[in-house]
Write a protein that binds this ligand. Structure first.
Ligand code: ATP
Ligand code: MG
Length: 688
């Protein structure tokens, strides 16, 4: 390797190159901590990938690298990119090297793996199962009922709110009073009850040997607060690297510091202007405080050239983020010139919004741009509903990232619950879900059965020894047999077996059983790509695959489909054309928050993240009427909307304003004021 040249670094600019080469001694020693802080599209992720490849080429051991990004998808993209770079120097050896890059994934995923490995040294049963948010809410709800809070107190916070409060306390490491005061003032009166609830919830999780998402970080940070374990784990990794560092929280920062107390070998990369995860208690402070945390100070690299977007797209994005109250990263510049301004398109309603997008997407395809080079972004998963309908009607395939996942579908969850129950029969949420499927077993008897068996050493055998419940009959026998079989069957035949057991229930419960069965086939296919039941359950729970419109199977790699994504899930990615839905007040910013300055600022950054995903072509769409899915008392309703306040009048000139469809059909209700304004502006513009 010694005689390799560094040609692969030539495409980088001077600052990027400085980051790539920082602190790498000729003898493979690692240097001071490194922070790369820069705006969107400036090549942060690209630089990180080059750094990983460079390290490997210079002889660093990829098995001793811990690489954390925000999704499993991002991690595997990173690995592929590293391989491509390394291949130019190492040839076929590159593949072997990057395959050894196994410690790449999300914080939660890496935490789950380390916790399983070190479970026993912290007095923990390594056979734990992981609860996703819905499971967690279910367990909290169960505890809530047991404590009687929901019965006597009808205005007690919902299970979702309870979970959100709990999660924030854990992730921000803040006392409940503070969290309630700052984010849930309307729940402040319940502090004592909530404390009691959370204490019982924690106890229930321990008894059932389940961890929720927050536990993965919490237990991990607890584990490494033990110096010997921290040294042991920290010592396994020469390099710890984190992308999207602006979205980490206190627990995550504490974990990094525990692993690398002096910061040697630590690289973090991020952009404070893209911090959008404060609801998980992410704090920009992590990135801003990073340099001073170490002595001597961490090396800081800032990048100011954007390679992603054309000048007009970048100018509009800079305009929006330029109004932010606080910002560390500077404005970016680009050499990608273009005459095409980003569009600000007024449409009548969400149906027209969907039609506009279909028209544009198809026109782009005519011009040779593939569907996959185009993405539709939205604030909340439910916002893409009308578009999904239109796409389906027009036979345009799409894949949806973020929000409601394939795995959230009831039937898929049923099947996974059975698997989880076999894996960890003390998991009551899973147990309840499967027992409840059997005819003749209601909630009360399901709980009773679980009470009886979960305390036994071998709950599954205990279950088999129970007398058949009166009205369950045949179904009970089939259930007990399936459980026994699954226990000893070899992976990955499990799902097929479950499918046989589950089909009659599915047909009884759901009218569209056929479609749902197709999903289970898809699940079977996904399962076969995992080495074990435990890995399958862990990784699926933590980072589920994306939902597709194609119900017959997962999309093939070379198939063409449009991308639909929440803005949160679009982080770090880029497309030729980007369409942002509902760029209106009430949606961006959302009117569901408490409306504090900090919340508004985060909403502004969210729009900035959306806009900076576009390379050539950006469409911000402003429907004048849009549908709000009701939160509690407010109910579902249509609301009249106007352009987001984040694009005030003086920024409008950065856009090409359009009304779609161009020729408004006659005999419509009076156009709203926004339209009238728009038209008047256009008329004047004609003579300018
Ligand atoms: P984000 O903040 O959105 O995560 P980023 O800073 O991580 O963005 P990248 O995704 O790494 O940016 O890069 C954006 C685009 O610019 C990519 O298409 C990348 O290939 C390209 N790029 C980065 N650096 C260079 C370079 N030196 N020369 C040419 N293209 C580059
Ligand atoms: Mg990036």
């Amino acid at each position: 390797l010694a005689e390799t040249n560094d040609r692969y670094l030539e495409g980088l600019n001077a600052e990027q190159r400085r980051a790539v080469e920082h602190g790498i001694g000729p003898d493979g020693t690692v240097g001071a901590p490194l922070l790369v802080i820069a705006g969107a599209g400036s090549g942060k992720t690209n630089t990180l990938a080059h750094r990983v490849a460079h390290l490997i080429i210079k002889g660093a051991d990829p098995r001793r690298m811990l690489l954390m990004t925000f999704s499993r998808r991002a991690a595997s993209e990173m690995t592929q990119r590293v391989e491509r770079i390394a291949r130019r120097v190492l040839g076929d050896k590159a593949g072997i090297m990057t395959e050894a890059l196994t410690w790449a994934g999300t914080f939660h995923g890496m935490g789950a793996r380390l916790l399983r490995e070190y479970a026993e040294s912290i007095g923990f049963d390594p056979a734990f199962t992981i609860h996703d948010r819905e499971d967690s809410a279910d367990l909290l709800n169960l505890v809530r009922h047991e404590l009687g809070f929901s019965k006597t107190e009808s205005r007690f916070p919902t299970k979702g709110t309870c979970l959100a409060i709990y999660s924030r306390c854990v992730n921000a490491q803040a006392p409940i009073e503070t969290v309630l005061g700052q984010h849930y003032p309307w729940c402040s009166g319940w502090a004592d009850e909530l404390k009691q609830l959370f204490a019982c919830y924690v106890e229930a999780k321990q008894k059932q040997n389940v961890l929720d998402y927050d536990d993965l970080l919490l237990w991990w940070s607890q584990m490494v607060s033990e110096p010997t374990i921290a040294q042991e784990i920290g010592g396994r990794f020469d390099h710890v690297m984190v992308d999207e560092y602006q979205d980490t929280n206190k627990l995550q920062a504490a974990i990094l510091l525990a692993l690398k107390p002096d910061g040697r070998g630590l690289t973090v990369v991020g952009d404070d202007a893209q911090s959008i995860y404060s609801f998980r208690a992410a704090t920009v402070r992590n990135i801003l405080d990073f340099p001073d945390h170490f002595s001597p100070r961490a090396e800081i690299v800032t990048l100011d050239r954007n390679y992603r977007s054309t000048q007009p797209v970048l100018a509009a994005a800079n305009g929006v983020i330029g109004l932010a109250r606080e910002r560390f990263t500077k404005n970016l510049w680009t050499e990608r010139h273009s005459a095409r301004l980003p569009r600000l398109v007024t449409v009548r309603d969400e149906a027209d919004q969907a039609r506009y997008i279909v028209e544009q997407v198809l026109a782009n395809r005519e011009e040779g741009s593939r569907l996959r080079e185009q993405a539709v972004l939205f604030r909340t998963s439910s916002h893409s509903g009308p578009l999904e309908v239109e796409l389906t009607r027009r036979n345009i395939p799409f894949v949806k990232f973020g929000g409601l996942k394939f795995l959230d579908a009831a039937h898929v969850k049923d099947v996974l619950a059975l698997l989880k129950f076999v894996e960890n029969p003390r998991d009551r949420v899973a147990g309840f879900r499967v027992l409840h499927l059997l005819p003749g077993i209601g909630p009360a008897s399901a709980q009773r059965i679980l009470d009886q068996v979960t305390v036994m050493a071998d709950p599954i055998s205990a279950l088999a020894a129970l007398p058949t419940p009166p009205r369950a009959g045949q179904d009970w026998t089939a259930f007990v047999e399936t459980l026994a079989n699954l226990r000893y069957s070899e992976w990955p035949v499990d799902i097929e077996r479950i499918r046989h057991w589950y089909t009659p229930h599915l047909e009884r419960i759901h009218e569209d059983a056929e479609v749902r069965l197709a999903d289970l086939l898809q699940l079977e296919q996904i399962a076969s790509s995992y080495p074990s039941r435990e890995r399958f359950l862990t990784e699926l729970t933590l980072d589920p695959p994306d939902a597709t419109s194609d119900r017959s199977g997962p999309p093939l790699r070379d198939e063409d489909y449009l991308i639909l994504s929440t803005i949160h899930s679009a982080k770090g990615q880029e497309w030729k054309s980007v369409y942002a839905l509902n760029v209106v007040d009430g949606c961006m910013p959302s009117d569901l928050g408490a409306g504090t300055t900090a919340e508004l600022e985060e909403e502004r950054r969210l729009l900035y993240v959306a806009m900076t995903r576009a390379k050539d072509d950006l469409h911000l769409i402003v429907p004048q009427r849009f549908f709000v899915h009701g939160q509690q008392a407010r109910g579902d309703r249509h609301v009249y909307a106007s352009r987001t306040r984040f694009i005030p009048d003086h920024l409008v000139k950065l856009f090409d304003r359009q009304i779609w469809p161009a020729a408004a059909p006659a005999a419509r209700a009076t156009p709203s004021q926004a339209v009238q304004m728009d038209i008047r502006e256009r008329m004047r513009g004609m003579w300018r």
